[in-house]
Design a protein around this ligand. Structure first.
Ligand SMILES: NC(=O)c1ccc[n+]([C@@H]2O[C@H](COP(=O)([O-])OP(=O)(O)OC[C@H]3O[C@@H](n4cnc5c(N)ncnc54)[C@H](OP(=O)(O)O)[C@@H]3O)[C@@H](O)[C@H]2O)c1
Length: 227
C-alpha cells in the first residue's frame, strides 16, 4: 500500500496513540491533542509530526497551516479525540454541554470546513463514535451529554457524505463498544473491557486505510460489549 498523509486527533493517549503507533513509520502522520509532553514523547517513539491543539479553539487556521507544512495535504483524517463528561443530567451546566459537543461534534464541522481544500481526491474521513450514540442501544445514567453528542456525530457523518456527494470522499463513523482506556475507566471505574487499545487501533487502521472505496456514509457498530 502506498504511503498516505494522515491526521489523527486525540493522539496523546488511549486508542488515538495506539493508532499513531500502528500507522508509523509506513505513513506520514500528524498527531494532535492538547498534551505537549505526551505528543513529544510519541514523536520520539514513532517519528510522527505533532501539533498541540485544543479542539475547543475558535480558530483552526494554525492547525490547517501545520497540516500544509507537515503533510501538504490529507488522504485520511481520523477524528478520534473525544471528551466524556460523566454527570447526572440534572447537574449538567450550559458550558459543560457546550464543551461536550465542541470536542466531539462541532470540531468535525470546523475541521472539514477548514481543511476542505487540503483533502485529496480519494480522502477518507473516519469519526470515532460510540455504541451509546446509536439509536436503540443500551444507555447509562450520567452519559446523556456524551452519548447524545456521539449520536449527533454519527448523523453528521451521514450528512457530510450527502453534502459532498459530487466529490470522491468517503465519510464513515465507527461506533465503538468498550475499550480498556482511561476514558472507559473514568466512566465505568473497575470495569474490564474485552478489547485493548492496540487491538481496536489495528481494526480502525485497517478499516480506515482500505474501506473507503466500498463504504461511504456508514455508521458501523464495532462492539463486543457496552460498556
Ligand atoms: N474507550 C472506550 O471504551 C470507547 C468506547 C466508545 C467510543 N470511544 C471513543 O473513542 C475515542 C478514543 O477514546 P479513548 O478511550 O482512547 O479516550 P481517551 O483515552 O480519553 O483519549 C481521548 C483523547 O482525546 C483528546 N482530547 C480530549 N479533549 C480534547 C480537546 N479539547 N482538544 C484536543 N484533544 C482532546 C485527549 O488528548 P489531550 O487530553 O492531550 O487533549 C486524548 O488524546 C473517543 O472519541 C471516544 O469517545 C471510546
Amino acid at each position: 500500500m502506498s504511503s498516505k498523509r494522515i491526521v489523527v486527533t486525540g493522539a496523546s493517549r488511549g486508542i488515538g496513540r495506539a493508532i499513531v503507533e500502528r500507522l508509523t513509520p509506513e505513513h506520514s502522520v500528524l498527531a494532535t491533542a492538547r498534551s505537549v509532553e505526551a505528543l513529544s514523547e510519541l514523536s520520539l517513539k514513532t517519528g510522527c509530526k505533532t501539533y498541540a491543539f485544543d479542539l475547543e479553539s475558535s480558530d483552526y487556521s494554525g492547525f490547517r497551516e501545520s497540516i500544509e507544512q507537515n503533510l501538504g495535504g490529507i488522504d485520511l483524517l481520523i477524528h478520534n479525540a473525544g471528551l466524556l463528561i460523566n454527570k447526572p443530567f440534572i447537574d449538567l451546566n450550559h458550558s459543560e454541554i457546550l464543551r461536550q459537543y465542541q470536542v466531539n461534534v462541532f470540531s468535525l464541522f470546523e475541521m472539514v470546513q477548514s481543511f476542505d481544500s487540503l483533502l485529496s481526491r480519494d480522502a477518507h474521513i473516519v469519526a470515532l463514535g460510540s455504541i451509546g450514540g446509536m439509536i436503540g442501544s443500551v444507555k447509562f445514567p450520567g452519559l446523556s451529554a456524551y452519548s447524545s453528542s456521539k449520536g449527533a456525530l454519527a448523523v453528521l457523518v451521514e450528512c457530510l457524505q450527502e453534502e459532498y456527494k459530487e466529490r470522491n470522499w468517503a465519510f464513515n463513523c465507527l461506533a465503538l463498544g468498550a475499550v480498556q482506556t482511561e476514558m472507559l475507566n473514568e466512566a465505568f471505574p473497575g470495569y474490564k473491557a474485552p478489547i485493548q487499545p492496540s487491538e481496536m487501533a489495528e481494526f480502525i487502521c485497517n478499516f480506515s486505510l482500505s474501506s473507503h472505496k466500498v463504504l461511504k456514509g456508514k455508521v458501523l457498530p464495532i462492539s463486543l460489549s457496552n460498556p
